[in-house]
Ligand binder design. Structure first.
Ligand SMILES: [Zn+2]
Length: 225
């Protein structure tokens, strides 16, 4: 699911006493072009909201939309079903540059065998995924080292700071982004969305992922106790 912010909703229609989005600007889940979706007025309604669909004017792909109504709030939450932006890494890795094919294959197989509850096969493939991750960053320098030794030297081979430090020039005081944040310059819907994406990325990278790794690490240790 991908959230569609109120700024990208271009028109509303009245549905009972509710204001329901009628057309929205969004990236098509299929062709990835930014298009105007006109939502069908044949809603399926439930206690929590509405479900409908809309065809991409560019590729004709029919995309499901979910509209969640909230009490005492004018704008409902609107989502488009986009499997490629779902949080499961399997849906994300293929879109990213620089991920070795072998690693993607190993991870996909690990997910598959885990789903069919084959625990020994899960262990075998989990090890292959870990080895592939280490091989990607350590290449020849990991040769002959145990997994423990490889993990120990791994941080020397990854620049974990770069994704954050490279943002510094983007926020230069005389730069356009800084001026937009200071309201000295207008930003359009697309820029507002990109800024929201950046906030999400930063929070994921700095808080969510390190926190999740720590929690999983602790749970594994507790289980092994
Ligand atoms: Zn499309």
């Amino acid at each position: 699911m991908r959230r569609i912010y109120p700024g990208s909703i271009t028109s509303y229609s009245q549905f009972g006493h509710l204001k329901v989005p009628k057309s929205v600007k969004a990236v098509c889940p299929e062709c990835r072009k930014k298009v105007d979706f006109v939502l069908k007025s044949t809603y399926q309604s439930s206690k929590h909201g509405l479900m409908t669909e809309s065809s991409c004017p560019s590729c004709k792909h029919s995309a499901p939309f979910i509209i969640i109504m909230k009490e005492r709030e004018e704008h409902p939450d609107v989502y488009i079903y986009d499997p490629k932006t779902m949080t499961h890494p399997l849906n994300q890795i293929e879109q990213l540059p620089r991920i070795p094919e072998e690693l993607v294959r190993a991870y996909k197989s690990a997910v598959n065998v885990h789903q069919s509850k084959e625990n020994s096969a899960t262990a075998v493939l989990a090890k292959r995924v870990i080895e592939n991750i280490l091989k990607h960053f350590l290449s020849e320098q990991g040769r002959g080292l145990t997994l423990e030794q490889q993990f120990k030297v791994l941080p020397e081979h990854i620049d974990l700071v770069k994704p954050v430090s490279s943002l510094s020039p983007l926020l230069a005081s005389d730069g356009a982004l800084h001026q937009m944040l200071e309201l000295e310059m207008d930003l359009d819907d697309e820029m507002a969305e990109l800024i929201m994406d950046l906030l999400e990325d930063l929070i994921q990278y700095l808080f969510v992922l390190p926190g999740k790794i720590e929690i999983t690490h602790n749970l594994i240790e507790k289980k092994l106790d």
